[in-house]
Design a protein around this ligand. Sequence first.
Ligand code: 16G
Length: 239
Amino acid sequence: MLNKKSPLPLYAQIEENIKGQIQEGAFKPGDPIPSERELTSTYQVSRMTVRQAVLNLVKNGLLYREKGKGTFVSEEKIEQPLQGLTSFTEDMRSRGMEPGNELISFERVIPSFDIADKLGLEIQEEVFFVKRIRYADHKPMAIESTYLPSKLFPALTEQVVQGSLYDYIASQMLIIGQASQSIEAGLASTDEAELLQIEEPSAVLKIERLSYLTTGTPFEVVHSTYRADRYKFRSEIKR
Ligand code: 16G
């Protein structure tokens, strides 16, 4: 199966071979891959070579390790287009996945100066602070902390934010217009790793969004932490 004369090192050939088997569906997400010993005998190489190949696939996110259990095939990443101001609920539904919400906090607070400034609020004006874990098919994908001016949503309730916030906004005859958003790499904190059910250390994507109604009024600041092993972003670019 391997070509010892190829300029491609043996561990890289094994990586390609395992990748191919995943693409062909021979190994499915969540399946364990064969043990080091089995792989050594399949490919007729040293344990070191097998170890290197598996380690690279883990680093690239195609496989993941669970302590004391073994090495498994990762779920395919969700590819999120960067165009289009959509909600989490819409995104998951359009993929045929079931969106879920777990409400961690729902309170009225006086925001920090930075948040108040972004939302164009006077000092002492209140916001709703909503912290939710967003699920896709019952698996945690992201943690979202949302700040919403109380004066824009005086009737907001816990029940509302257990469903889709954007659906609620539409039902209030408010029209969402545009947003500005940044994406940064980071490591999950201990709390975040626990909420997202990932090991420490794990890479995450930190997204900050400031969204406006069509009238130009800012209506939300959202700080989100997405699992980097489940998400990638795509944009179409033109020259
Ligand atoms: C998305 C948005 C968030 C918005 C939420 C509403 C990002 C990157 N995206 O997660 O700004 O508040 O959808 O979702 O922050 P919902 O309508 O399902 O509650």
